[in-house]
Design a protein around this ligand. Sequence first.
Ligand code: CMP
Length: 135
Amino acid sequence: MAVEQTFVIIKPEAVERRLVGEILGRFERKGLEIKRLAVTQIQRETAEEHYAHHKDKSFFPQLIEAITKGPVVLAVLEGDDAIQQVRTLVGATDPAKAAPGTIRGDLAIKLPYNMVHAADSPAAAEEEIKRFFGG
Ligand code: CMP
């Protein structure tokens, strides 16, 4: 198993509900290492670039509004098979369908408010780390 880095955004609804520690704790308890961490508010332009592949979807305006509406926590996590391990911990995109025991299954109920974004491939992780943390 290769050591990988992955990228996550703890979304505004999670920060507002004071669930940052709960979510980061789940990643840490799994054995992942927090390599970088930042609190910021995502600008509309950056959000539109990050979610460009969803531009034609009907929910795009709702998605941009949800990710830009308040502070977020950005994190780079490292560990064996980190990209897939984090996605497993996070659960299915739709929190109404996410399994109990996952972050979305336990903490969220309705799209687009699914608490966490997690990179879905090594290429996406690299691109997103660069976008949000720079070189
Ligand atoms: P995320 O993993 O950040 O990637 C794209 C986001 O779009 C997703 O989480 C949700 O927040 C949102 N999303 C995906 N599908 C829908 C949908 N059908 N309706 C509303 N929001 C959605």
